[in-house]
Ligand binder design. Sequence first.
Ligand code: HEM
Ligand SMILES: *[C@@H]1O[C@H](CO)[C@@H](O)[C@H](O)[C@H]1NC(C)=O
Ligand SMILES: *[C@@H]1O[C@H](CO)[C@@H](O)[C@H](O)[C@H]1NC(C)=O
Length: 310
Amino acid sequence: MLYNKVVLAAAAATAVNAQRPSDESICDYYTTALLKENTAENQATLLTLVVNTVVIGNYTEPNVGIKVPGILAPGTVDGEDVNLMPYFSGELATTNRGGNQGVKVNFLDGGAAEPLKKNMPADDDSSNQYFLLTHLYQFFGSLLGCSMQGMSGFDAYMADPSMYEVHKFMNLNLAENTYFIQQVGMAAASFGVAEEDVTTVGMALNSLFNVRCAPPATAVKAQGPQLQSICIDEKTCPLADNADCALYSGQGGNSTTTTTTTPTSSAMPTATGGNGDGGAAEPTSVPGGAAVVHGLGLGALVAAVAAFAL
Ligand code: HEM
Ligand SMILES: *[C@@H]1O[C@H](CO)[C@@H](O)[C@H](O)[C@H]1NC(C)=O
Ligand SMILES: *[C@@H]1O[C@H](CO)[C@@H](O)[C@H](O)[C@H]1NC(C)=O
Protein backbone atom coordinates (compact mmCIF):
# COMPACT_ATOMS: atom_id res chain seq x y z
CA MET A 1 0.00 0.00 0.00
CA LEU A 2 2.89 2.36 0.62
CA TYR A 3 3.26 4.26 -2.61
CA ASN A 4 6.47 5.58 -4.03
CA LYS A 5 6.83 9.27 -3.28
CA VAL A 6 9.12 9.82 -6.22
CA VAL A 7 6.64 8.33 -8.68
CA LEU A 8 3.87 10.51 -7.32
CA ALA A 9 6.12 13.56 -7.46
CA ALA A 10 7.10 13.02 -11.05
CA ALA A 11 3.57 12.46 -12.21
CA ALA A 12 1.91 15.21 -10.22
CA ALA A 13 3.41 17.96 -12.31
CA THR A 14 2.11 16.53 -15.57
CA ALA A 15 -1.34 15.72 -14.27
CA VAL A 16 -2.10 19.38 -13.68
CA ASN A 17 -1.86 20.42 -17.30
CA ALA A 18 -2.98 17.33 -19.11
CA GLN A 19 -6.55 16.90 -20.32
CA ARG A 20 -8.54 13.82 -19.38
CA PRO A 21 -10.02 12.02 -22.41
CA SER A 22 -13.81 12.01 -22.15
CA ASP A 23 -14.01 8.22 -22.40
CA GLU A 24 -11.78 7.64 -19.40
CA SER A 25 -13.06 7.85 -15.84
CA ILE A 26 -11.58 10.27 -13.35
CA CYS A 27 -10.35 7.32 -11.29
CA ASP A 28 -8.62 5.55 -14.16
CA TYR A 29 -7.11 8.70 -15.59
CA TYR A 30 -5.58 9.96 -12.37
CA THR A 31 -4.44 6.51 -11.28
CA THR A 32 -2.34 6.38 -14.43
CA ALA A 33 -1.22 9.99 -14.15
CA LEU A 34 -0.14 9.75 -10.52
CA LEU A 35 0.79 6.10 -10.01
CA LYS A 36 1.70 5.09 -13.58
CA GLU A 37 0.12 1.66 -13.83
CA ASN A 38 -3.67 1.44 -13.90
CA THR A 39 -4.20 -1.58 -11.65
CA ALA A 40 -6.83 -2.39 -9.04
CA GLU A 41 -4.19 -1.92 -6.33
CA ASN A 42 -3.20 1.49 -7.65
CA GLN A 43 -6.82 2.56 -7.94
CA ALA A 44 -7.26 1.60 -4.29
CA THR A 45 -4.10 3.57 -3.45
CA LEU A 46 -5.38 6.65 -5.29
CA LEU A 47 -8.63 6.53 -3.33
CA THR A 48 -6.68 5.99 -0.11
CA LEU A 49 -4.55 9.05 -0.79
CA VAL A 50 -7.52 11.24 -1.63
CA VAL A 51 -9.86 10.06 1.14
CA ASN A 52 -7.15 10.18 3.80
CA THR A 53 -6.43 13.74 2.71
CA VAL A 54 -10.13 14.58 2.89
CA VAL A 55 -10.18 13.31 6.46
CA ILE A 56 -6.93 14.60 8.00
CA GLY A 57 -5.88 17.28 5.53
CA ASN A 58 -2.91 17.26 3.16
CA TYR A 59 -0.13 15.05 4.44
CA THR A 60 1.76 13.87 1.37
CA GLU A 61 4.90 15.49 0.03
CA PRO A 62 5.05 17.19 -2.28
CA ASN A 63 1.73 18.62 -3.37
CA VAL A 64 0.84 21.34 -5.83
CA GLY A 65 0.64 23.98 -3.10
CA ILE A 66 -2.97 23.49 -2.08
CA LYS A 67 -3.53 23.34 1.66
CA VAL A 68 -6.38 21.04 2.70
CA PRO A 69 -7.59 21.39 6.30
CA GLY A 70 -9.58 18.12 6.21
CA ILE A 71 -13.05 17.37 7.53
CA LEU A 72 -11.88 16.89 11.12
CA ALA A 73 -10.63 20.47 11.30
CA PRO A 74 -13.14 23.21 12.05
CA GLY A 75 -13.84 25.66 9.23
CA THR A 76 -16.36 28.11 7.88
CA VAL A 77 -18.73 28.03 4.94
CA ASP A 78 -20.32 31.31 3.86
CA GLY A 79 -19.36 32.79 7.20
CA GLU A 80 -20.94 29.96 9.15
CA ASP A 81 -18.78 27.97 11.55
CA VAL A 82 -18.60 24.25 10.84
CA ASN A 83 -17.16 21.55 13.08
CA LEU A 84 -17.67 17.97 11.94
CA MET A 85 -15.31 16.36 14.46
CA PRO A 86 -18.02 15.59 17.10
CA TYR A 87 -19.84 13.34 14.60
CA PHE A 88 -16.72 11.20 14.26
CA SER A 89 -15.34 11.30 17.79
CA GLY A 90 -18.29 9.68 19.51
CA GLU A 91 -19.41 12.89 21.17
CA LEU A 92 -22.77 12.91 19.40
CA ALA A 93 -25.40 10.17 19.39
CA THR A 94 -25.85 10.42 15.63
CA THR A 95 -24.79 7.08 14.19
CA ASN A 96 -27.47 4.80 12.74
CA ARG A 97 -27.04 1.33 14.12
CA GLY A 98 -30.53 0.21 13.19
CA GLY A 99 -32.61 1.51 16.08
CA ASN A 100 -34.98 4.43 15.95
CA GLN A 101 -32.47 6.84 17.40
CA GLY A 102 -28.82 7.58 16.90
CA VAL A 103 -26.04 6.15 19.02
CA LYS A 104 -22.56 7.38 19.93
CA VAL A 105 -19.75 5.71 18.00
CA ASN A 106 -16.08 6.65 18.06
CA PHE A 107 -14.78 6.45 14.48
CA LEU A 108 -11.24 7.44 15.46
CA ASP A 109 -10.60 4.20 17.33
CA GLY A 110 -8.09 2.73 14.89
CA GLY A 111 -5.17 5.00 15.70
CA ALA A 112 -6.81 8.22 14.48
CA ALA A 113 -4.56 10.27 12.16
CA GLU A 114 -1.29 8.36 12.50
CA PRO A 115 -2.14 5.34 10.28
CA LEU A 116 -3.81 7.64 7.75
CA LYS A 117 -0.50 9.48 7.37
CA LYS A 118 1.02 6.12 6.41
CA ASN A 119 -1.64 5.62 3.72
CA MET A 120 -3.55 3.14 5.81
CA PRO A 121 -7.20 3.20 6.95
CA ALA A 122 -6.41 2.26 10.56
CA ASP A 123 -3.78 0.40 12.56
CA ASP A 124 -6.01 -2.67 12.73
CA ASP A 125 -8.68 -4.27 10.56
CA SER A 126 -11.63 -4.38 12.91
CA SER A 127 -12.12 -0.87 14.32
CA ASN A 128 -14.96 1.49 13.46
CA GLN A 129 -12.26 3.62 11.85
CA TYR A 130 -11.13 0.74 9.64
CA PHE A 131 -14.63 0.08 8.32
CA LEU A 132 -15.47 3.76 7.84
CA LEU A 133 -12.28 4.50 5.92
CA THR A 134 -12.34 1.39 3.74
CA HIS A 135 -16.01 1.99 2.96
CA LEU A 136 -15.19 5.55 1.96
CA TYR A 137 -12.40 4.36 -0.38
CA GLN A 138 -14.83 1.91 -1.95
CA PHE A 139 -17.81 4.25 -2.21
CA PHE A 140 -15.81 7.11 -3.71
CA GLY A 141 -14.03 4.64 -5.99
CA SER A 142 -17.41 3.74 -7.36
CA LEU A 143 -18.47 7.39 -7.72
CA LEU A 144 -15.26 8.16 -9.59
CA GLY A 145 -15.67 5.22 -11.94
CA CYS A 146 -12.74 2.99 -10.97
CA SER A 147 -12.85 0.36 -13.71
CA MET A 148 -11.01 -2.32 -11.77
CA GLN A 149 -12.91 -2.09 -8.55
CA GLY A 150 -14.28 -5.49 -7.58
CA MET A 151 -11.14 -7.23 -8.74
CA SER A 152 -8.49 -8.45 -6.36
CA GLY A 153 -6.80 -5.41 -4.82
CA PHE A 154 -9.82 -3.13 -4.61
CA ASP A 155 -13.07 -4.40 -3.11
CA ALA A 156 -16.44 -3.16 -4.33
CA TYR A 157 -18.58 -1.11 -1.94
CA MET A 158 -21.09 -3.40 -0.30
CA ALA A 159 -21.92 -1.48 2.88
CA ASP A 160 -25.13 0.46 3.53
CA PRO A 161 -26.60 1.35 0.14
CA SER A 162 -28.57 4.42 1.31
CA MET A 163 -26.56 7.48 2.27
CA TYR A 164 -29.75 8.87 3.83
CA GLU A 165 -29.99 5.88 6.19
CA VAL A 166 -26.32 6.19 7.14
CA HIS A 167 -26.50 9.91 7.89
CA LYS A 168 -30.10 10.51 8.91
CA PHE A 169 -29.56 11.01 12.64
CA MET A 170 -26.81 13.54 11.99
CA ASN A 171 -29.41 16.08 10.91
CA LEU A 172 -26.76 17.70 8.72
CA ASN A 173 -27.24 21.20 7.39
CA LEU A 174 -26.11 22.80 4.15
CA ALA A 175 -22.92 24.31 5.58
CA GLU A 176 -21.78 21.00 7.10
CA ASN A 177 -22.35 19.09 3.89
CA THR A 178 -20.83 21.81 1.77
CA TYR A 179 -17.72 21.80 3.97
CA PHE A 180 -17.31 18.04 3.49
CA ILE A 181 -17.74 18.33 -0.28
CA GLN A 182 -15.31 21.25 -0.45
CA GLN A 183 -12.69 19.16 1.34
CA VAL A 184 -13.17 16.40 -1.25
CA GLY A 185 -12.63 18.93 -4.03
CA MET A 186 -9.59 20.46 -2.36
CA ALA A 187 -8.06 17.05 -1.67
CA ALA A 188 -8.44 16.12 -5.33
CA ALA A 189 -7.01 19.46 -6.41
CA SER A 190 -4.05 18.98 -4.06
CA PHE A 191 -3.04 15.93 -6.08
CA GLY A 192 -3.16 17.86 -9.33
CA VAL A 193 -6.66 16.89 -10.43
CA ALA A 194 -7.69 19.41 -13.09
CA GLU A 195 -10.14 22.13 -12.11
CA GLU A 196 -12.73 20.87 -14.59
CA ASP A 197 -12.64 17.41 -13.03
CA VAL A 198 -12.76 18.82 -9.51
CA THR A 199 -15.84 20.76 -10.56
CA THR A 200 -17.45 17.66 -12.05
CA VAL A 201 -16.98 15.77 -8.81
CA GLY A 202 -18.23 18.62 -6.64
CA MET A 203 -21.27 19.02 -8.84
CA ALA A 204 -22.11 15.34 -8.67
CA LEU A 205 -21.72 15.26 -4.89
CA ASN A 206 -23.84 18.36 -4.43
CA SER A 207 -26.66 17.15 -6.64
CA LEU A 208 -26.67 13.60 -5.29
CA PHE A 209 -26.24 14.22 -1.57
CA ASN A 210 -26.40 17.90 -0.65
CA VAL A 211 -30.12 18.27 -1.23
CA ARG A 212 -33.25 17.41 0.68
CA CYS A 213 -35.79 14.71 -0.17
CA ALA A 214 -34.31 13.61 -3.51
CA PRO A 215 -36.00 10.68 -5.24
CA PRO A 216 -34.00 7.42 -5.21
CA ALA A 217 -30.76 7.71 -7.17
CA THR A 218 -27.97 5.32 -8.03
CA ALA A 219 -24.55 5.94 -6.53
CA VAL A 220 -23.16 2.39 -6.66
CA LYS A 221 -24.47 0.64 -9.75
CA ALA A 222 -24.85 -2.79 -8.16
CA GLN A 223 -26.94 -1.30 -5.36
CA GLY A 224 -29.45 0.40 -7.63
CA PRO A 225 -31.51 3.51 -6.80
CA GLN A 226 -31.50 4.46 -3.10
CA LEU A 227 -32.47 7.38 -0.91
CA GLN A 228 -29.30 9.46 -0.97
CA SER A 229 -30.19 12.89 0.46
CA ILE A 230 -28.04 13.59 3.49
CA CYS A 231 -28.84 17.27 3.80
CA ILE A 232 -31.68 17.09 6.31
CA ASP A 233 -31.96 20.53 7.93
CA GLU A 234 -35.16 22.10 6.65
CA LYS A 235 -33.98 25.65 7.13
CA THR A 236 -30.85 25.45 5.00
CA CYS A 237 -30.98 22.41 2.73
CA PRO A 238 -32.28 23.04 -0.78
CA LEU A 239 -35.07 20.76 -1.93
CA ALA A 240 -34.00 18.43 -4.70
CA ASP A 241 -35.57 18.56 -8.11
CA ASN A 242 -38.60 16.27 -8.02
CA ALA A 243 -38.29 16.18 -4.25
CA ASP A 244 -40.49 13.63 -2.53
CA CYS A 245 -40.22 14.14 1.21
CA ALA A 246 -42.81 11.46 1.89
CA LEU A 247 -40.18 8.90 0.91
CA TYR A 248 -38.03 10.20 3.75
CA SER A 249 -40.64 10.47 6.47
CA GLY A 250 -41.40 8.08 9.26
CA GLN A 251 -37.94 6.60 9.22
CA GLY A 252 -36.52 8.28 12.26
CA GLY A 253 -34.80 11.06 10.38
CA ASN A 254 -35.80 14.66 10.50
CA SER A 255 -37.25 15.23 7.07
CA THR A 256 -40.86 16.23 6.85
CA THR A 257 -43.58 15.38 4.46
CA THR A 258 -43.94 18.94 3.23
CA THR A 259 -42.58 19.87 -0.15
CA THR A 260 -42.77 23.63 0.19
CA THR A 261 -39.81 25.36 -1.33
CA THR A 262 -37.08 26.60 0.92
CA PRO A 263 -35.05 29.73 0.31
CA THR A 264 -32.02 28.90 -1.77
CA SER A 265 -28.64 29.40 -0.24
CA SER A 266 -25.85 31.14 -2.03
CA ALA A 267 -23.74 28.07 -1.39
CA MET A 268 -25.93 25.75 -3.40
CA PRO A 269 -28.74 27.13 -5.51
CA THR A 270 -31.52 24.70 -6.13
CA ALA A 271 -31.76 23.36 -9.59
CA THR A 272 -34.42 25.50 -11.15
CA GLY A 273 -33.89 26.84 -14.63
CA GLY A 274 -32.09 24.08 -16.42
CA ASN A 275 -33.38 22.74 -19.67
CA GLY A 276 -36.93 22.87 -18.44
CA ASP A 277 -37.68 19.28 -19.31
CA GLY A 278 -38.93 18.68 -15.78
CA GLY A 279 -38.68 14.98 -16.47
CA ALA A 280 -38.38 12.35 -13.82
CA ALA A 281 -34.95 12.08 -12.36
CA GLU A 282 -33.16 9.06 -13.67
CA PRO A 283 -29.81 7.82 -12.56
CA THR A 284 -27.17 8.19 -15.18
CA SER A 285 -23.49 8.83 -15.50
CA VAL A 286 -21.44 11.95 -15.82
CA PRO A 287 -18.29 11.80 -17.92
CA GLY A 288 -16.22 11.47 -14.76
CA GLY A 289 -17.92 8.21 -13.98
CA ALA A 290 -20.01 9.52 -11.11
CA ALA A 291 -23.63 8.52 -11.06
CA VAL A 292 -25.76 11.59 -10.73
CA VAL A 293 -29.41 12.36 -10.92
CA HIS A 294 -29.82 13.58 -14.43
CA GLY A 295 -32.78 15.61 -15.53
CA LEU A 296 -31.54 18.71 -13.77
CA GLY A 297 -30.56 20.04 -17.14
CA LEU A 298 -27.24 21.48 -18.12
CA GLY A 299 -28.13 25.00 -17.06
CA ALA A 300 -28.79 23.88 -13.52
CA LEU A 301 -25.62 21.88 -13.46
CA VAL A 302 -23.67 24.91 -14.57
CA ALA A 303 -25.28 26.89 -11.75
CA ALA A 304 -24.21 24.19 -9.35
CA VAL A 305 -20.68 24.37 -10.75
CA ALA A 306 -20.57 28.09 -10.14
CA ALA A 307 -21.75 27.45 -6.59
CA PHE A 308 -19.01 24.95 -5.93
CA ALA A 309 -16.57 27.57 -4.78
CA LEU A 310 -13.22 26.33 -3.66
C1 HEM B 1 -21.02 14.10 -0.11
C2 HEM B 1 -21.22 13.87 1.14
C3 HEM B 1 -20.97 12.56 1.84
C4 HEM B 1 -20.81 11.29 1.33
C5 HEM B 1 -20.81 10.86 -0.11
C6 HEM B 1 -20.61 10.41 2.46
C7 HEM B 1 -20.40 9.04 2.35
C8 HEM B 1 -20.30 8.18 3.40
C9 HEM B 1 -20.13 6.73 3.32
C10 HEM B 1 -20.00 5.95 2.02
C11 HEM B 1 -20.07 6.23 4.56
C12 HEM B 1 -19.89 4.74 4.95
C13 HEM B 1 -21.23 4.09 5.15
C14 HEM B 1 -21.14 2.65 5.63
O1 HEM B 1 -20.11 2.22 6.16
O2 HEM B 1 -22.16 1.90 5.51
C15 HEM B 1 -20.23 7.35 5.46
C16 HEM B 1 -20.25 7.24 6.82
C17 HEM B 1 -20.24 8.33 7.67
N1 HEM B 1 -20.33 9.66 7.34
FE1 HEM B 1 -20.55 10.39 5.50
N2 HEM B 1 -20.66 11.13 3.61
C18 HEM B 1 -20.88 12.45 3.28
C19 HEM B 1 -20.98 13.51 4.15
C20 HEM B 1 -20.84 13.44 5.50
C21 HEM B 1 -20.88 14.56 6.40
C22 HEM B 1 -21.10 16.02 6.00
C23 HEM B 1 -20.70 14.09 7.64
C24 HEM B 1 -20.70 14.93 8.89
C25 HEM B 1 -19.98 14.75 9.90
C26 HEM B 1 -20.53 12.64 7.54
C27 HEM B 1 -20.31 11.77 8.59
C28 HEM B 1 -20.24 10.40 8.49
C29 HEM B 1 -20.10 9.50 9.62
C30 HEM B 1 -19.99 9.91 11.10
C31 HEM B 1 -20.10 8.20 9.11
C32 HEM B 1 -20.04 6.86 9.88
C33 HEM B 1 -21.46 6.37 10.01
C34 HEM B 1 -21.64 4.89 10.27
O3 HEM B 1 -20.70 4.09 10.17
O4 HEM B 1 -22.79 4.49 10.56
N3 HEM B 1 -20.63 12.29 6.22
N4 HEM B 1 -20.36 8.51 4.74
C1 LIG C 1 -0.10 21.14 3.19
O1 LIG C 1 0.00 21.94 2.05
C2 LIG C 1 0.56 23.23 2.26
C3 LIG C 1 0.50 23.97 0.94
O2 LIG C 1 1.24 23.30 -0.03
C4 LIG C 1 1.96 23.11 2.81
O3 LIG C 1 2.48 24.39 3.09
C5 LIG C 1 1.94 22.25 4.07
O4 LIG C 1 3.26 22.05 4.52
C6 LIG C 1 1.26 20.91 3.80
N1 LIG C 1 1.15 20.17 5.05
C7 LIG C 1 1.71 18.99 5.23
C8 LIG C 1 1.55 18.37 6.57
O5 LIG C 1 2.35 18.41 4.35
C1 LIG D 1 -35.11 17.00 14.66
O1 LIG D 1 -35.29 18.39 14.71
C2 LIG D 1 -35.62 18.86 15.99
C3 LIG D 1 -35.94 20.36 15.87
O2 LIG D 1 -35.08 20.98 14.98
C4 LIG D 1 -34.46 18.57 16.94
O3 LIG D 1 -34.76 19.02 18.25
C5 LIG D 1 -34.20 17.07 16.96
O4 LIG D 1 -33.09 16.79 17.75
C6 LIG D 1 -33.99 16.55 15.55
N1 LIG D 1 -33.93 15.10 15.58
C7 LIG D 1 -33.01 14.42 14.92
C8 LIG D 1 -33.11 12.94 14.97
O5 LIG D 1 -32.11 14.95 14.29
